[in-house]
Design a binder for this molecule. Structure first.
Ligand code: FCB
Length: 453
């Protein structure tokens, strides 16, 4: 055990709660780390475009190089191996393998993922791929507006089937979408993310097309692979600031409905929540007959991304979140208890398939001090969330794996490179990677878990 944890037996008690085949991993996404934005035939994505629009990215940066993972993947897999990771979650850039989002496949693009998967397997690390982590081929946006158009649904299913056909036998899992709530709401309603639009009605229609594309992709992939298939949803459970205020309770219920139930209900129950349809009113999406049946496909797992909770106050001025355990560098409240509560809740309400925590982590204002990164805040965050996860397991939630977000400091969307989420610090001028103290801590924890606690 390394010197960072003063109490190794506590770690061993903690790790013993999890199944012996539990997968300890870390996650990234293509647009945030790969770079090589226009190399080897890759087409532009809506994020390449978005970065070029003045004022969109806080530090004015772009993803042309990012962490240069496209060229450094071998080194990055070696870092994972050093940490003892058993699993790695990455995403495939659709415009890298199909530059126009339809028609011709780009063999050079597929070859990159082929090499990456081989490298992971050789290192004994299980590869988990996500098909859509927000980098839509720009051509699809230009041709017919992208996700607001229903025409995208069969195109996504074709892309999914092609990936499954080529890589399904070597991948541990394939997820269709990462966080459709973010794609729809932040991309089409609040304009924080690409493509930067501001219409609630469009966002609602986009969410429906995303879910439909998920369902059709699952069907298309089932026909060609036995690989485990699922979806990744971001869950930020909402808490009323004042439980005694009816307004707060109602607002929290709507917030939960938009973030959690709007996606969980169609995927696992084949229906949209009636209160949210009513809340959306004229902005509710157009739904065709058979759509909900297409969305409700049997899944092999559910990916849950958990970072924080929403603290909902209708008072003016709004009651601030208490933040007893602090806030991250994103300003997100650290509230691990919500992870336990939420996992127990969705298990009761939806009886989902086995759960993977596909993302969990914190941004921290890390600095290098004498060749080390003393990120005690991240170690505390990690430890408290693993404890919360263990509590959920003890309460009967079926969790099979955990992916820390993220392996590397990387491009944090509209925050550019100003927010550091990594277990490894990245010096963007030299591309040097440095294991933070949290990477050492996680390495020790995984070692203990592998030894049987
Ligand atoms: C999630 C995204 C991921 C990363 C983290 C911090 O919403 O899936 O790409 O940006 O937040």
């Amino acid at each position: 055990m390394n010197a960072i944890d003063p109490n190794p037996s506590a770690l061993s008690d903690l790790s013993r709660v999890f199944r012996t085949d539990f997968q300890w991993g870390s996650a990234t996404s293509a647009a945030q780390i790969e770079g090589a934005a226009a190399l080897d035939g890759k087409g532009p994505s809506i994020w390449d475009r978005f970065c070029a629009e003045p004022g969109r990215i806080n530090d004015g940066s772009n993803i042309a190089i990012a962490c240069d993972h496209y060229h450094r993947y071998k080194n990055d897999v070696a870092l994972m191996k050093w940490m003892g990771l058993q699993a790695y979650r990455f995403s495939i850039a659709w415009p890298r393998v199909q530059p126009l989002g339809r028609g011709t496949w780009n063999e050079a693009g597929f070859a990159f993922y082929d090499r990456l998967i081989d490298e992971l397997l050789a290192a004994g690390i299980k590869p988990h791929a996500t098909l859509y982590h927000w980098d839509l081929p720009a051509a699809l946006h230009d041709e017919f507006d992208g996700w607001p158009s229903r025409q995208i649904v069969p195109l996504f299913a074709d892309y999914a089937a092609e990936v499954a056909r080529r890589f399904g036998d070597r991948l541990e899992s394939i997820s269709t979408l990462n966080e459709p709530w973010c794609v729809a709401t932040l991309g089409y309603e609040t304009a924080q993310f690409a493509p930067g639009q501001t219409s609630r009605a469009t966002a609602a229609q986009v969410s429906h097309h995303l879910l439909l594309a998920h369902g059709e992709a699952i069907k298309a992939m089932r026909a060609v692979t036995k690989c485990k298939l699922g979806i990744v949803l971001n869950h930020t459970p909402a808490f009323p600031a004042d439980n005694l205020r009816e307004d707060d309770r109602r607002a929290a219920r709507i917030d939960d409905g938009l973030n959690v139930r709007w996606y969980m209900d169609p995927v696992f129950r084949g229906q949209y929540p009636a209160d949210i349809i009513e809340h959306l009113g004229e902005d509710a999406p157009k739904i065709e007959e058979g759509d909900l049946a297409a969305i409700q496909q049997p899944l092999d797992f559910l990916g849950v991304n958990f970072y924080t909770r929403s603290f909902i106050s209708t008072q003016s001025p709004a009651l601030p979140a208490p933040g007893k355990q602090g806030f991250t560098d994103m300003g997100w409240e650290i509230y691990p208890k919500a992870l336990t509560q939420h996992l127990v809740r969705i298990t009761r309400e939806y009886s989902p398939p086995p759960i993977f925590i596909t993302e969990n982590g914190m941004a921290n204002a890390d600095t290098v001090v004498d060749g080390k990164v003393p990120d005690v805040e991240r170690i505390a965050y990690l430890r408290s969330h693993l404890q919360a996860l263990a509590s959920a397991v003890e309460l009967g939630v079926d969790v099979r794996g955990y992916f820390y977000w993220s392996l590397l400091d990387n491009f944090e969307w509209n925050s550019g490179y100003t927010k550091r989420f990594g277990l490894f610090h990245v010096d963007y001028a030299t591309q040097e990677r440095l294991a933070k103290d949290s990477a050492h801590w996680y390495r020790g924890f995984i070692e203990t878990a592998k030894a049987g606690g």
